[in-house]
Unconditional design. Structure first.
Length: 449
């Protein structure tokens, strides 16, 4: 076989060496997209003081986070399922850009609603907020599923980049929340600038995603999986380098020889059952990781108060929940996700990984025995001191980020590369399923404490 024949066969087999990701630009773009995937959830749940103020005097003040979780992950789960089943019928670019534009618009409306006086219609405001959360998280599911599919086409570090971005997004939301509180004592004014920050980040996600199609590194992987990226009728490449519609496609002599192989793009339904057989252990593991996480965070953790609660200090009143619940969780989660990029233990055989995920159930009783208020039972508080929820939350959050990242990195690599996008999307669905079941479970846990 001569050099030209080898080049042609290399292109057919998808074995051409990818160009370098110069200056890690693609990696950083994927990180930014990761920030965008969880930004709607992070920005809503972290605005604890704002919603407590808006809902003051209603029965929702102490349990709105439970409702937020259900409103977010019910539609999120349905959208993930539909995205998994029908994603091969909609182009990847549409599945990413349309949700981004919709989410940006919803955050603009949310920021505007901050300035509206809702004193006389708090119940309606709460209902509107729940509908808003449902819509934004449904579109976010499509966006997130597309991104996990996109990163699944690339080397594993790019899935880790997406997971790392999600961790950074949590920290970013916490820092934005704390910063807005430091800038003004008015929770309404701080919330306005807080939600506008989300608009800016989502706009940056739109611009950077469009940039992926101009970078050689990402172009290489998008071309390798073009039947997953594009949705088209059958396109046959003729020996003269033109498509059957008469449009020029191939201009390079080596590329023209690909016509001998009659390269085609077709609409095909992925073999879901076959893929599930390969990834079920990892899918179950990621389901358990996020089910346990949402069962406790934020509903249970945000209800844990300082042992000196009520002493009038800013730490126990204004910042304790923001730091001990949200900031520590998101920093620990981020650290776990970053660590997964350097250390991959347990391996991807599934059993040890699954066992580690099951062990995380121990955190649920540990948090329940902390200084949770208001308590609906006379249960014993075993861990009243402030350092206990901090210790538990560090372990809880790091394990969430680390184990969750390993699962999402392993899943697409357990199947052939042509099924990687579908496997990544299916893994994202099981992640979302865990979030939804965990959110529903949080109601029972908070009621039983």
């Amino acid at each position: 076989m001569d050099d030209q024949d080898e080049s042609v066969q290399g292109l057919i087999d998808g074995q051409t060496k990818p160009p370098k990701d110069r200056f890690n630009v693609v990696y950083l773009i994927i990180v930014l997209q990761g920030i965008g995937t969880l930004l709607p959830w992070n920005f809503f749940i972290t605005a604890h003081t704002y919603f407590s103020t808006k809902l003051d005097g209603t029965r929702y003040k102490h349990e709105f986070e439970n409702f937020f979780a259900l409103a977010a992950f019910g539609p999120n789960l349905v959208a993930f399922f539909l995205n998994t089943m029908f994603k091969h019928k909609v182009a990847l670019k549409i599945r990413i850009l349309v949700p981004l534009f919709v989410m940006t618009g919803i955050f603009v409306v949310t920021a505007a609603l901050v300035k509206v006086d809702t004193e006389n219609w708090k119940g309606s405001f709460f209902a509107i907020t729940l509908v808003t959360m449902g819509l934004i998280n449904a579109f976010c599911a499509v966006y997130q599923g597309g991104l996990f599919g996109l990163s699944g086409m690339m080397p594993p570090r790019y899935t880790q980049a997406l997971m790392t971005g999600q961790g950074i997004g949590g920290i970013f939301a916490c820092v934005a929340d704390i910063g807005s509180k430091l800038g003004t004592s008015d929770p309404i004014r701080s919330a306005f600038w807080y939600f506008l920050t989300a608009v800016v980040v989502l706009f940056a996600c739109i611009v950077s995603y469009l940039g992926l199609y101009r970078i050689k590194f990402s172009q290489h992987f998008l071309e390798d999986h073009r039947e997953q990226v594009q949705v088209a009728g059958r396109t046959s490449i003729q020996p003269d380098g033109f498509s059957d519609s008469g449009k020029p496609i191939l201009t390079d002599p080596v590329e023209k020889d690909l016509a001998e192989y009659e390269v085609k793009i077709e609409k095909t339904t992925p073999p879901f059952a076959f893929i599930m057989k390969e990834i079920w252990r990892t899918a179950l593991a990621v389901f358990l990781v996020f089910m346990v996480t949402l069962a406790a965070f934020p509903a249970v953790l945000s209800g844990i108060k300082s042992e000196n609660h009520g002493d009038g200090s800013q730490w126990t009143g204004k910042y304790f929940t923001a730091v001990v619940c949200f900031l520590i969780f998101n920093v620990g989660d981020f650290c776990g996700r970053v660590t997964a990029g350097f250390v991959q233990k347990p391996g991807k055989d599934g059993f040890w990984l699954l066992g580690c995920c099951v062990l995380r159930f121990v955190f649920l009783p540990l948090f329940a025995f902390c200084n949770f208020h208001p308590r609906r039972t006379n249960g014993t508080v075993l861990f009243a001191e402030d350092y206990w929820p901090i210790i538990f939350n560090v372990l809880f959050s790091v394990s969430n980020g680390y184990l969750g990242s390993l699962c999402m990195m392993y899943g697409p690599k357990l199947v052939e590369s042509k099924y990687a996008e579908t496997a990544g999307t299916m893994m994202a669905y099981f992640l979302s399923l865990g979030l939804g079941i965990g959110a529903a479970t949080s109601f029972g846990i908070t009621k039983s404490i």
